[in-house]
Design a binder for this molecule. Structure first.
Ligand code: 6PG
Length: 262
């Protein structure tokens, strides 16, 4: 069931019909700021529920540029003060094979916009060590961190995150699951190396089993340039179309430009 959010005018006509065909719950907001406000309120609710149930809120952060506004909002008043950071345990959906201090590092973006500004204990921030020469070993080590920190879900005992934040690339990739890459078909490992179609090419990424085991997953999508990727999700022929939380919630936080381009 989809519903255009109250904030911002849902696009008229065909776009609204297409929106309702996206899987899960779709809300449309005014720009990155509107997406950030809505996603922050949503995170507050699911984090409170997770913390009450287990004492932890296990979240995988998205990389790229779209989430930065959300992270900066969470690190500022009033959200910084009202969030129970002591319950948060932070993971990453993917990382580029570059040093953590490099400009394109997803960890660096999260550290600058959020992690350096809120009191999450360092031992509960789990960086993907994608700068290591042996990416396969780095992937296996990160999978072990996930497995140790998260409750198992289903017969395959997939590590279950409380929340996965996701971006959407213009070619329909998400995390670092890119069209045509063998990582798309991995069902027995939780973290693998993958290959992007833009630099930095080598990546580490969560696999679909982990995304699908999450209690809550949310795409943050802004800009008309994502219209074709959204149409690919509707057609089912892009990697992002394969995200299906098995017994979890899927949300789409779109801005009006992305929704209008659908
Ligand atoms: C990455 C990201 C990637 C990102 C999309 C969207 O490392 O590139 O994890 O999956 O979320 O490319 O990026 P934007 O939000 O910058 O459009």
């Amino acid at each position: 069931m989809s519903a255009a959010g109250r904030e911002g005018a849902a696009p008229a006509g065909g776009a609204r019909g297409s929106l309702s065909r996206l899987p899960g719950t779709v809300t449309v907001h005014t720009g990155l700021a509107g997406i950030a406000e809505a996603a922050a309120a949503w995170l507050e609710t699911i984090a409170r529920e997770a913390s009450a149930a287990s004492g932890r809120f296990r979240i995988a952060l998205a990389g790229g540029g779209t989430p930065r506004t959300l992270y900066e909002l969470l690190a500022s008043a009033p959200w910084r003060r009202r969030t129970r950071w002591d319950a948060w345990e932070v993971f990453f959906g993917d990382e580029r094979a570059i040093p953590p201090e490099a400009g394109g590092s997803n960890f660096r973006m999260a550290r600058e916009s959020l992690l350096s500004r809120v009191p999450i204990p360092e031992e509960r921030v789990h960086r993907m060590e994608a700068e290591r020469v042996d990416l396969d070993a780095a992937a296996a080590d990160y999978a072990a961190v996930l497995t140790a920190a998260c409750p198992p879900w289903g017969p395959a005992r997939v590590p279950r995150l409380d929340c996965v934040l996701l971006g959407l690339g213009e070619n329909g990739h998400t995390v670092s699951l890119f069209p045509g890459d063998p990582s798309l078909d991995v069902t027995d490992r939780w973290v693998v190396r993958s290959r992007a179609d833009y630099a930095p090419y080598d990546r580490l990424t969560l696999t679909f089993p982990v995304l699908d085991a999450a209690a809550h997953a949310a795409f943050l999508v802004a800009g008309a340039a994502k219209g074709e990727a959204l149409r690919g999700v509707l057609r089912g022929d892009v990697p992002a179309a394969r995200v299906h939380p098995r017994d979890g919630e899927l949300r789409w936080f779109l801005d009006e430009a992305a929704a209008g381009a659908l």
